[in-house]
Design a protein. Structure first.
Length: 163
């Protein structure tokens, strides 16, 4: 962390911490963590900007930001090994669909079954798209075989499009 921005205050230090995060983390996880942290640390100010994971790692390496919050498949863990890092959570991929596609609510679906359905995916260069490609590749499915009907930027846009 770059401590050059610490200024003495009458009661404690004031610090501005710059965070770069990937979309899902930046919109859903980091704000919750930061708001909880600020309750007991009100003199610390945070700024949060959303980028893809490779840009966030580059930005922390270059000193542009203090913290990078990224989501990576286990296969790419080596990408962050040279940094101090902490795994906050592990997640699973959830498929959402409109009712008319007949995927029963609460039932698991195989990756192979997904290839039979039209899909709304994220834009090519997003972290989510990299996860989806990785998921299909470990199941030996060429992502070009998918029935992609629409590509959108942002998880919220994807959820809205199928609801």
């Amino acid at each position: 962390m770059n401590y050059s921005n610490i200024k003495p205050s009458t009661t404690s230090f004031e610090v501005k911490v710059k965070i770069a995060a990937s979309e899902i983390l930046g919109e859903h996880i980091i704000p919750c963590l930061v708001s909880g942290f600020k309750i007991s640390n009100p003199k610390i100010d945070f700024s949060l900007q959303i980028y893809n994971s490779s840009d966030t790692v580059r930005m922390v390496k270059e000193g542009v930001v203090d913290i990078a919050a990224v989501q990576l498949p286990k296969k790419l863990k080596h990408y962050i090994e040279k940094f101090e890092h902490l795994m906050i959570a592990e997640d699973r991929l959830v498929v959402i669909s409109a009712v008319e596609y007949g995927i029963p609510t609460g039932r698991s679906i195989t990756v192979k079954e997904l290839t039979k359905h039209p899909l709304v995916l994220s834009e090519e260069k997003t972290d989510l798209n990299h996860f989806v490609r990785h998921l299909f590749s470990i199941h030996r499915i060429d992502h070009r075989q998918l029935k992609v009907k629409l590509r959108l930027f942002g998880t919220s846009a994807i959820i809205t499009s199928v609801s």
